[in-house]
Design a protein around this ligand. Sequence first.
Ligand code: SF4
Ligand code: SF4
Length: 416
Amino acid sequence: MDEDALPDTVPPGPGHDGAAAVSIGVTGLQAIIDALRGHGRTVIGPTVRGGAIVLAEISGVDELPGGWGDDQDAAHYRLRERDDGAVFGFAATAQSWKSVLFPSRELLWSGERSGNGFTTSPPAGDMPRYALLGVRSCDLHAIGIQDRVLLGRAATDPAYAARRDGAFIIAVACGNPGGTCFCVSMGTGPRPGAGFDLSLTELLDERGHRFVVLPGSARGRELLAALPSAAATAGDLAAADDVIAASAARMGRVLDTEGIRELLYDNAEHPRWDDVASRCLACTNCTLVCPTCFCTSVEDVSDLAGEHAERHRIWDSCFNSDFSHSSGGSVRASTRSRYRQWMTHKLASWIDQFGTSGCVGCGRCITWCPAAIDITQEAAALRAPLPARRASAPDGPPSSAAGGSPAANPGKEESP
Ligand code: SF4
Ligand code: SF4
């Protein structure tokens, strides 16, 4: 199979209705991994490490989290042993696929002193050719959003493009949504709809442990055709639909998106921002785990002799006070203004900027927030009627007791 000659991941066409679906067992999944590795791809998949399900290079099915699930809630993540051998029986992994395609630290160039000047070189070596195994529908949408941000504008990101170009994507229909998931509210899951090469639905019943596999691209079809498989039966297709329907009915959270953009824009001075700022630690966790956040900074390092220097791109966060630093100080000096900026960008101004919400409902920001701050609760609070005392009072300036004082930066307008 000349896999490289085939086009990149394409959305499935209208005939994507199960007619091309096959059924494979655990050995068939291993054969897919072997074939991808045989074509020189680095296969990244979920695995258990350090008490969490994380993403790492794998070479076999036995490295997947077989028999492990997870419990997730606000500020809560625990592995849980399952009573079956499901290998995808968990919710969102601790890291998103952003950590693979857009890593937290990236060498931009290195430099060596030469005489009175210096010479610079780009990073050495080729980018890995990835196969991403086990991408949930919410995360597929997040990759699509990062594609729009990093590839779909006037300036594209060459390192992201190099990783993303040709990455082979194997999606997994989510059968075990977590307590913080709300992809149904955001219209991003749980059924993978587009943007994959293959899509798996894991079945475990009296007929055994197997996967219904749908191709989503020409190279996905070609890979499947080269492996032993059997056409999926009507019973398997119905069972796969049942897994997805049951998952959609078990979302841990709900976010009412009706008029959400206007809700955020109309409530820039809502007292809830003071409330959330009194709890928020400005730790940046929510932005680092979010699969769509893309802000970065640059960091220069040199050796003590001054002979060698490197410039790295590193993830940044709008929760850092330096993030909005301009002449005269930080534009968003308070935690109140930083949380408001983050949530307003995710749910409102992202729509103006990129045409979609910046949130895919993966729930990671809720699970990994040490203060248990929940974006679905914060949005609901903005909708709730204000208590009479608040409603009748004119909006004053933000409270200086909550998360830092705007007065620390006089003369600066704290825009959302
Ligand atoms: S909302 Fe939570 S995770 Fe985000 S910065 Fe505040 S405390 Fe940290
Ligand atoms: S804002 Fe939270 S729930 Fe939405 S995509 Fe980011 S991490 Fe996931």
